[in-house]
Ligand binder design. Structure first.
Ligand code: NI
Length: 337
């Protein structure tokens, strides 16, 4: 009688203690490992596997939240589109004329298949996260990517690359094309990119009378406004052609040039374009590229990865200057730390 009692009380108690002991030890072992997680996350240096990461890293879900493209009431307000297209090529030798107004253009720009859905899953996969909040370019190495001669058939693809990489750039739109594709102008702005004008005709401002050059710039400016975007003060003179008389005649404009010329329109060569970026970029640089150069769709992600690998924060031109681009002078770059 005593034995069964002993067995009934002691054995289960001992077993329970044993189980608790093992469980406790295991718990004690597991806890520190979980807490010591740091080694699992290496410092966020830019890795280069754009091939692996790029499709996943739709880092910025919010800006992509597709604003209704038809929101701009301006599509109707730009009747000048067609005559102007012919006005532009007259002045520019190779800078885009033929590439732009291709037949497919009118069909493609509008539908913007920005992948809002996949964004949620992929956020933490980002190899090179963009800095959150405003960047102080007096304290951090900054660089601004700029695109001339659009909008056009490649704008949407460029915007997709920039969104995937969570980069904000600066676009200088040609008046006639902004009038032709107002939805693209609006889309670029809605996605957080800075917008300026590249004037209306692609003519040397220095070869026009100053007042005439200003009118041409203002007409380009108006095309951006007609697209539903805030009136841009930034002007990139075609060919960077500018002089003191024109600057004095157009005091409301911010004349934004560059100090890294990728010569993309000239070579259309990925290695050479990247070579210019790698050789010439310094803190505060403004990099000149063109929307119309097809290979830039390949170049752009690589340039972004390389710049980030060198510690650059990619910002818009206004951000280079803390939001306030100086007037009355030619801007070639921003402040450096
Ligand atoms: Ni141009």
């Amino acid at each position: 009688m005593a034995k069964p009692l002993w067995k009934t009380w002691r054995v289960p108690v001992l077993l329970a203690l044993l189980v608790l002991g093992i469980g406790g030890t295991a718990f004690a072992v597991l806890l520190p490992t979980d807490g010591a997680r740091p080694q699992a996350v290496p410092p966020a240096e830019p890795i280069m596997p754009s091939a692996t990461f790029a499709p996943l890293t739709t880092v910025s879900p919010s800006p992509i939240a597709q604003p209704s493209p038809q929101a701009s009431p301006t599509a109707l307000a730009s009747p000048k589109a067609s005559p102007s297209v012919s006005a532009k090529p007259s002045a520019s030798p190779s800078v885009s004329p033929s590439a732009q107004p291709s037949a497919s253009a009118s069909a493609s720009p509008l539908p913007s298949p920005t992948p809002t859905v996949e964004a949620t899953e992929a956020v933490e996969a980002s190899p090179s996260p963009a800095p959150a909040g405003p960047v102080d370019c007096a304290a951090v190495k900054c660089v601004a990517l700029t695109f001339d001669d659009g909008p056009g058939t490649q704008t949407e693809a460029l915007l997709k690359v920039l969104a995937d990489k969570d980069v904000k750039a600066t676009f200088f739109f040609m008046g006639p094309y902004a009038a032709k594709y107002p939805a693209l102008v609006k889309q670029a702005s809605d996605q957080g990119h800075a917008v300026g004008t590249h004037a209306w005709t692609h003519a040397h401002m220095t070869k026009q009378k100053p007042a005439e050059a200003c009118r041409n710039a203002a007409k380009g400016q108006q095309s951006v406004v007609d697209a539903g975007v805030e009136k841009p003060a930034m002007l990139r003179p075609p060919y960077g052609s500018i002089n003191d008389k024109v600057i004095a005649a157009c005091p409301t404009f911010q004349f934004v040039h560059w100090n890294v010329d990728t010569e993309d329109w000239l070579t259309k060569d990925e290695a050479k374009i990247l070579g210019h970026v790698k050789k010439d970029t310094k803190p505060g640089s403004i990099i000149l590229m063109h929307e119309t150069v097809e290979v830039n769709l390949e170049v752009l992600p690589k340039a972004i990865d390389w710049l980030r690998s060198k510690g650059y924060a990619l910002v818009t031109v206004p951000e280079l200057f803390g939001g306030d681009v100086p007037r009355g002078q030619v801007i070639r770059g921003g402040p450096a730390p």
